[in-house]
Design a binder for this molecule. Structure first.
Ligand code: TZP
Ligand code: MG
Length: 229
């Protein structure tokens, strides 16, 4: 069983968030152009993760980028999660929102509004303790990472490894677990075998010499890993 965890303070008691469809590859990208390119390559679950200083990208530019990404995903029948910018996700009808546990402490966060609009909620977790705390909110999925070392995001947490991932996926089932962090195609096989609902990939796609080839490699890795489950 999951250990008892200190509840997140000040959050409303809500029913479970809408279930989500997750399998195979979950691409994590920072622009609408990447969303469009990966949709064309066959990716059907994506996250728009724009981390920016307000002085660098204006609010209007951010909103235009997000709207373009949401529309592209919708036209392709794909599922787009928006990282952080939950108001814009709500306004433009994204499939879901992805938040870190620190985001849950923001005084203006309106979880009931997200839920009423039917948006899915994905939450990050980096340890068994964070997992136990987040599960109480009944999100649509829980991301667990970093599974392996990553340079995409600076994080104080140790890589958790495929062993912990398997343990956590077992504890959380049937809630889907998103494996994230340092996943090469070879490691994605391990994550799929460990019972992850999907493998979330950032640099393995966007820093690849051949992103379309990388999509195919990750999809093949996913199939190989699941075949062994
Ligand atoms: N959260 C946990 S690991 C990570 C995030 C956002 C970065 C994943 O990027 P990459 O390049 O696939 O390791
Ligand atoms: Mg965040």
């Amino acid at each position: 069983n999951l250990p008892a965890a200190e509840p997140l303070q000040g959050l409303p008691t809500l029913p479970a968030f809408a279930p989500c469809e997750l399998q195979g590859l979950y691409a994590v990208v920072d622009s609408a152009a990447w969303v469009e390119r990966l949709l064309a390559a066959g990716v059907r679950t994506l996250q728009l993760r724009i981390k920016r200083a307000p002085a660098v990208v204006s609010d209007a530019a951010l909103e235009a980028e997000l709207q373009r990404a949401v529309q592209a995903a919708r036209a392709a029948g794909a599922r787009l999660y928006v990282n952080d910018h939950w108001r814009l996700a709500l306004r433009h009808g994204a499939y879901g929102v992805h938040l870190g546990q620190e985001d849950l402490q923001a005084p203006d966060l309106d979880l009931p509004a997200l839920q009423a609009a039917g948006l899915r909620l994905g939450l990050s977790s980096h340890s068994l303790w964070e997992l136990a705390r987040a599960v109480a909110l009944q999100p649509s999925y829980l991301a667990c990472g970093p599974v392996y070392p990553t340079t995409t995001k600076a994080m104080p947490w140790r890589p958790q490894g495929a062993h912990n991932l398997a343990w956590w996926a077992g504890l959380l089932a049937p809630l889907p677990v998103v494996a994230i962090g340092g996943l090469t195609p070879e490691r994605a096989v391990n994550a799929a075998r460990a019972g992850a609902g999907t493998v979330a990939i950032a640099s393995g796609l966007t820093a690849a010499a051949d992103p379309e080839g990388a999509v195919a490699a990750y999809q093949a890795a996913w199939q190989a890993g699941r075949a062994g489950v």
